[in-house]
Ligand binder design. Structure first.
Ligand code: ATP
Length: 233
């Protein structure tokens, strides 16, 4: 089966500073992969390369299909209503009905004519997901999409992403700082450190997962991140 994402020998430097130092990664269609790592280890840089936003690198980074990205900040255009934010650039005559369907999927059916500035953080992030989904991507790149949300909203977003993923089945690369989030959602969790993938964990637990079910793997992933749970406060 052809990979949805194929990365081989990827190197990226900003001036004298090497940020990605030989990344090899294959993601198969429909696979949900989480990428964990300390701040500044190169996660967003990797995502930007896959999104085609940065083309200055050595090695191979191929995404044969269509890609959508959702960032930590939803980046909605405040002067366009919600539905127009979603359908912008779609080049479909029925942009509004496509947007309405996506809004139903992200459980915001009544917000098509709202202005972005009137939305809560969680609602704005749902609109951002709807905008990504209407492009029917083969690969969905999520760059800490829940990082700015409170814990309860975050939980609701986890369920939503899992449902949307089950329905549409894009390959997903989810960048996160949150070990539990990674283990609750992903088929595979990668740990990036100093520009390399230093650990890989397959998560074979049935879905939907509960926090209690990921406890055992959490300890091992935290150890790969350099956190000793025995001594951590
Ligand atoms: N345009 C740029 N010019 C120079 N250095 C950059 C640029 N973009 C990123 N960097 C540097 O590359 C390193 C990796 O950045 P990146 O944003 O990929 O990290 P990250 O793992 O996503 O961090 P965080 O978890 O804090 O978002 C950082 O040291 C950052 O300062």
């Amino acid at each position: 089966m052809a990979s949805a994402v194929s990365i081989r020998g990827l190197h990226k430097a900003f001036g004298p500073r090497t940020v990605l130092d030989g990344i090899d990664l294959e993601i198969v269609p429909g696979e949900l992969v989480a990428l964990l790592g300390r701040s500044g280890c190169g996660k967003s840089t990797l995502l930007r390369i896959l999104a085609g936003l940065d083309r200055e690198f050595d090695g191979v980074a191929t995404v044969p299909g269509t890609v959508s990205v959702a960032f930590q900040q939803p980046r909605l255009l405040p002067w366009r209503k919600v539905w127009r934010n979603i359908s912008l650039g779609l080049h479909k005559p029925d942009g509004r009905s496509v947007a309405l369907k996506a809004l139903e999927e992200v459980r915001l059916p009544d917000h098509a004519d709202a202005w972005p500035l009137t939305l809560s953080g969680g609602e704005a992030q749902r609109v951002s997901l709807a905008r990504a989904l209407v492009r029917e991507p083969d690969v969905l790149l999520l760059d800490e999409p829940f990082g700015a949300l409170d814990a309860l909203t975050r939980l609701a977003m986890h369920h939503l992403v899992e449902d949307l993923w089950a329905e549409h089945r894009p390959a997903v690369l989810l960048v996160t700082h949150d070990v539990d989030e990674a283990l609750l959602l992903a088929d595979r969790v990668l740990v990036l450190d100093e520009g390399r993938i230093v650990a890989e964990h397959h998560v074979d637990l049935p879905r939907p997962r509960r926090r209690a079910s990921v406890v055992e793997q959490r300890t091992r992933v935290l150890a790969d991140l350099g956190v000793d749970v025995e001594t951590a406060a």
